[in-house]
Every structure is written in C-alpha cells, then in structure tokens.
Design a protein around this ligand. Structure first.
Ligand code: ZN
Ligand code: ZN
Ligand code: ZN
Length: 159
C-alpha cells in the first residue's frame, strides 16, 4: 500500500511487507515512482523525446544567430563585394599570380595592415596595402596551418 510520509515532504515512502523505499513523483504526470528516476515508465520516453527536441531547437537557434552574425559582418560582406573581387583579381594579375614571398602560385590577396586591426578597414582598398600570397605563406602569416582555417593569432597588424 502507498503511504505518504512525512506530509508535505517531496519524498514519499512506500511500505511493503515491512520494506520501505523512498519514492517521488513523476515530473510529468505526478504518479509516484521509485526514487532515482525523473519520470514514470510511461512518461520517460515522451519526456526524453521532448528534452531532445528542445535541445535541438536550442542548437538550431544558436546556429541561426551565428549565421546571421557572420552575414552581418562587414568584413565578410566586403570580401564578397564586387569591388574587392575586381581589385584583388587585378592585383594578382599585376604580380603575375606569383606569391610575393616564395614565388609559388598566389591564391589570396592579403592585407598587410590587417583588415580587422585598428585602421585596417580604411586601408582595405589601398594597392600598397595588398600582398599576393600562396596559401601556405598566407597561413603562416596568420599563424595557422594551411587548411585548418583556425586563426591562432587574432588579426593584428605586423610592423
Ligand atoms: Zn509519468
Ligand atoms: Zn591575410
Ligand atoms: Zn608563398
């Protein structure tokens, strides 16, 4: 038989053939269940599915905010602009697609005065601020190994 004891406590005690165990209420339907779980057997799969759904929704929302931030980033927008695409192509042509440091094929136009550093934004279209680099020299410049895309040193201007 079920016996509530002590009254008002969140725990209840089940007395059965002189053996008693701590029980509590299912967080979903309120049915009394053995202490340790959160839900009764009926509610468990439902509650877990709901939990998983909420987790996925939170994840999606975080992703959406991150995507929006990236889209709104002026530097990202600049690199996609016609202005930059035209200028960087013209620059690479002027250095004959040769890396200005090692002579391999240049793939990127680097901003000597980093675009995200103070004052760098103003120099983003200045010819003298540009440098044609191969991907490994560019990666080395930014302190990352080619291809990993991770920047170990934040964009700072080199002197
Ligand atoms: Zn339940
Ligand atoms: Zn760069
Ligand atoms: Zn190079």
């Amino acid at each position: 038989m079920w016996y509530n004891y002590p009254k008002g406590n969140i725990y209840n005690y089940l007395f059965l053939d002189n053996i008693h165990m701590i029980i509590k209420k299912c967080a979903r339907c309120g049915k009394l269940i053995p202490y340790g779980g959160r839900w009764c057997e009926v509610c468990k799969p439902i509650a877990e599915a709901e939990q998983e759904q909420r987790r996925q929704e939170r994840q999606k929302e975080r992703q959406r905010i991150a995507d929006q931030k990236r889209k709104d980033d002026p530097v990202t927008r600049f690199y996609r602009s016609k202005e930059w695409i035209t200028l960087s192509k013209a620059y690479l042509q002027s250095v004959r697609w040769r890396c200005e440091r090692c002579g391999r094929v240049a793939e990127v136009v680097h901003h000597k005065h980093y675009i995200r550093s103070p004052g760098g934004w103003e120099k983003r279209l200045e010819w003298e601020n540009l440098e044609g680099l191969c991907s490994s020299c560019h990666a080395a410049e930014h302190g990352r190994t080619p291809g990993d895309g991770k920047r170990r040193t934040p964009g700072r201007s080199k002197k």
